[in-house]
Design a protein around this ligand. Structure first.
Ligand SMILES: Nc1ncnc2c1ncn2[C@@H]1O[C@H](COP(=O)(O)OP(=O)(O)OP(=O)(O)O)[C@@H](O)[C@H]1O
Ligand SMILES: N[C@@H](CCO)C(=O)O
Length: 331
């Protein structure tokens, strides 16, 4: 179980005094996830998720919690942080920032079809537009600066072929980030980690004509201001990939991109640099997975993600052209 901080019944009982959430009915650690300690807490008032933030600081947290509130109030289904009795959206438990958010209904779809990809693409574009008037500006903390710091830390652990690719891609991305086309791309609050396991689907209501219904986006704790296209590239790299080869599945990719574009059309700069952005999205997670794999933290049970998956995806995006035509064909 990825529970880094153990919470006893006594800890929880004391913690609950800060909230008006009724009596505890059930309390259990959540085994998935690799960043934070998460618990499902059911009370006589409803179902919640208690998250103890293992890395994020009290200074960083308002961005995420306020963003979730902002999005939820703008029609984007996201967990809503529950205020404490003193009005604060988080407190300290075992010295770490800790928050209660509402539990979303539904379950993750780990083998998505075109309908799931279309739902996610459209909601992602709506989320980007909804974030335009969000007042906080905090950068994506896992962007170029973090890659530049982290790559030298993981290089001693990897083979020659990986070293060469890590260094070459970092140079390419550094130049891309410095370009005028990059500067011209639209940006704003992004999820930055909208993988299949961070989206829930609920059963579609009968007679709606839809086969699937989006339950919500969650795990906003890697969110930050970034290029909207980066957010989409991260999402496509996970939702539309053939898990064996790392190639993009044309039907799912087109479904997601078309749906995104019905809400927010791409700019010329974005069309020109789609593949660079897919590479950036793959690189970000290759580096973080290498870091977590070779420099793991202790947890009661930790399931590290496979770094070679994103190495394969990056190599595939470097060689592929199909992804560019998929995007252009949507115009
Ligand atoms: N608001 C929520 N509503 C419903 N389920 C949730 C919610 N938040 C978390 N969960 C459940 O908890 C699990 C773990 O949460 P999460 O994925 O956020 O872990 P993490 O360690 O914080 O992040 P990461 O995915 O980056 O490792 C999810 O897979 C999901 O089942
Ligand atoms: N989505 C990330 C985990 C951290 O959120 C990954 O698959 O590497």
């Amino acid at each position: 179980m990825a529970v880094f901080t153990v919470v006893t019944d006594t800890d929880l009982a004391q913690w609950m005094r800060h909230y008006d959430l009724g009596e505890i009915v059930d309390f259990r650690g959540i085994p998935s996830g690799i960043e934070n300690s998460n618990f499902f807490v059911t009370t006589t008032h409803g179902a919640y998720v208690l998250t103890i933030f293992e890395k994020l600081t009290a200074e960083q947290l308002p961005f995420y919690l306020d963003l979730m509130r902002h999005l939820a109030s703008h029609g984007v289904p996201a967990p809503d942080p529950v205020p404490r009795n003193d009005g604060a959206l988080f407190g300290l438990l075992h010295g770490k920032p800790t928050a209660f958010v509402t539990k979303l209904a539904g379950s993750a779809e780990l083998a998505p079809g075109v309908e799931h990809c279309a739902e996610v693409g459209q909601m992602l574009a709506r989320m980007h537009l909804a974030g335009r008037d969000f007042e906080h500006r905090q950068p994506n903390l896992r962007s170029l600066g973090w890659w530049q710091q982290t790559v030298p830390v993981v290089l001693p652990f990897v083979g020659d072929a990986q070293r060469e690719l890590l260094e070459a891609e970092l140079a390419h991305q550094t130049a891309f980030f410095a370009s005028s086309d990059y500067a011209a791309m639209p940006e704003g609050p992004c999820h930055c980690d909208l993988f299949r396991d961070n989206v829930l689907f609920a059963p579609a209501a009968p007679d709606t004509g839809h086969s699937v219904r989006l339950g919500g986006f969650f795990d906003f704790y890697f969110a930050g201001c970034d290029k909207w296209l980066f957010d989409l590239a991260v999402t496509v790299n996970d939702w539309c990939v053939d898990l064996t080869t790392g190639r993009l599945d044309p039907a799912r990719t087109e479904a997601m991109l078309r749906a995104y574009q019905t809400v927010r059309p791409f700019t010329p700069e974005e069309l020109r640099h789609w593949r660079d952005m897919l590479r950036a999205g793959a690189y970000r997670f290759w580096v973080s997975r290498l870091y977590d794999f070779y420099l793991p933290r202790t947890a009661a049970l930790l399931q590290p993600h496979d770094p070679t998956h994103f190495e394969r995806i990056l190599r595939e995006r470097l060689s592929g052209t199909d992804t560019l035509s998929a995007l252009s064909s949507c115009n």
